[in-house]
Design a protein around this ligand. Sequence first.
Ligand code: TYM
Length: 334
Amino acid sequence: MSETTKKPVLFSGIQPTGSITLGNYIGAMRNFVLLEDDYDCLFCIVDLHALTVRQDPAALRRKTLELAALYIAAGLDPERSIIYCQSHVPQHAELAWVLNCFSYMGELGRMTQFKDKSARHKDNINAGLFTYPVLMAADILLYQAAVVPVGADQKQHLEITRDIAQRLNAIYPGLFRVPEPHIPRETAKIQSLSEPEKKMSKSDPEDSLISLLDKPEDVRRKFRRAVTDSDGEIRFDPENKPGVSNLLSILSVLSGEGMEALTQRLAGQGYGKLKDETAEAVNAALSPIQQRFAQLMADKTYLAHTLADNARRAQGMAQKTLRKVYKKLGLYQP
Ligand code: TYM
């Protein structure tokens, strides 16, 4: 990405925790690749966000490198786009502090992710978990991002980011670009294979999710066991048939066959056929990613250099915004 081009900025991030799932791929990464040409892009490994839940240090380091490799393996170009670690660009945490002073306890307390995570980690309801969305707002506003591709679960965090930006803009006109979420309906929410009324989540049991690094036979086995329903009819109806509809969504997105054509073609067939076709479509999508991933992981020096170079490029952009913010807010800048 060249700092002189006029393309609008796209920002998104993924946490380097758990297994990076098919939900992360379809809801986020795949869209990053589809949008990469139209924007100046930053794809962040949000390692500071990961600290809101206790992490094993060695695992966090490994997953950070793996996520860098996955971004590239999925098709993103680290020469054009900026693929980097959040903790390598200190301006994220600095802007987050400023935004904390413009964020309200009430609005943060209403975040469903905070409510969910504090229910799941009752022994560790830390302040970072509470201000998580403020750091996320800082990630985005730091680069004056125009668009933020995410899955549906991040919609509320995008709304609070916009609220915070607008609140500051009302006091300090022109401070931030107000970002737009990019949440295509077809890819917004991939559901769990074992509990299809819930989203597929990195932290869930292995059998309920497809990891981008799953072997083909594991993918087939997991889809064969995927929970469906007992009416035996292949029809897209997420409310009444969440399991079958989830399989249809995955198959339609990855094969490129429209939902209508797909449901017509499969009408009257058994669920076994739908499951097998979905597993094969997933394996076809994952196979080139896994090959490239293995090559990249064999060259850690390349990954380390790429992350370091890209962090420097991000810092240049980030510092521009941070300086503007400090100046406008009245922090003395010699
Ligand atoms: P994270 O790491 O939980 O998820 C990364 C991305 O994957 C999407 N996603 C899904 N999409 C469809 N179906 C699913 N089952 C599914 N599961 C996850 C998420 O919506 C997300 O787009 N807070 C963010 C990371 C973040 C961020 C940011 C994102 C930090 N700063 C700034 C955008 C901009 C998160 O925890 O995502």
